[in-house]
Design a protein around this ligand. Structure first.
Ligand SMILES: CC(C)(COP(=O)(O)OP(=O)(O)OC[C@H]1O[C@@H](n2cnc3c(N)ncnc32)[C@H](O)[C@@H]1OP(=O)(O)O)[C@@H](O)C(=O)NCCC(=O)NCCS
Length: 184
């Protein structure tokens, strides 16, 4: 049997841990909210079955790539806050940092706090050379998070998401391990 371990890591207020079956209700409720999902790659809400598949794919990524998405919960009350991590589908050129929080948790610095730890994990624990990020143009809060992390805005791109037949304008960001270590 192949076994693998998904690390649990903590920030001041948040715990990042492996998805578990009991996350389905909270994660499905979050992904049923159009206000959250309009910023995600599909641009639309997900069904419960799709959310289950996303959780399974997230877990599989850890086995296949050595990194993936975590479930994110508040340390004080274990409430499910959202999902953060590094992901790279087969047709993605490089590892990408990603985060999505349920609506009640926006505007409290949680995304920046969790994503800082994700970058640290990517560079220090995994030894990645570079981490990429992107957000839709109509999502300035995400751009602000990426700049607060020290990521460099590299440009924008109109792209066609083949799977969903969607045209989107995306802002692209990157950071090298060297830049993360020596910010200036
Ligand atoms: C984007 C998202 C992750 C931000 O989470 P968050 O915990 O609210 O982020 P933080 O509080 O750490 O930081 C948000 C920053 O954006 C700023 N901001 C919020 N709304 C903004 C807006 N409309 N325009 C410009 N800046 C905005 C905040 O003021 C804050 O910056 P500051 O600390 O300098 O004041 C969250 O809104 C979310 O999950 N959205 C839905 C899913 C999503 O968009 N995922 C990212 C896909 S690329």
């Amino acid at each position: 049997m192949t076994t693998f371990e998904i690390p649990t890591i903590a920030t001041d207020r948040l715990r990042l841990r492996a998805f578990q079956a009991s996350d389905l209700d909270a994660y499905a409720a979050m992904q049923a909210n159009p206000e959250v999902m309009r910023h995600m790659v599909t641009g639309r809400t997900s069904t419960r079955i799709e959310v289950w598949r996303t959780m399974a794919t997230s877990l599989g990524s850890w086995l296949l790539r050595g990194y993936g998405m975590w479930a994110c919960e508040k340390i004080d009350d274990n409430a499910f806050v959202g999902s953060v991590g590094i992901f790279q589908p087969l047709d993605w050129p490089e590892p990408e940092i990603a985060y999505a929080l349920d609506r009640p948790y926006w505007g409290q610095g949680f995304a920046t706090e969790a994503a800082r730890e994700v970058l640290r994990h990517g560079f220090e624990d995994l030894g990645l050379r570079r981490i990429f990020a992107s957000h839709f143009r109509h999502n300035p809060a995400s751009g602000r998070v990426l700049l607060k992390l020290g990521m460099r805005h590299e440009g924008c791109q109109r792209e066609h998401i083949r799977k969903w037949d969607l045209m989107v304008d995306s802002e692209l960001y990157g950071i090298l391990r060297q830049e993360w270590k020596n910010p200036e």
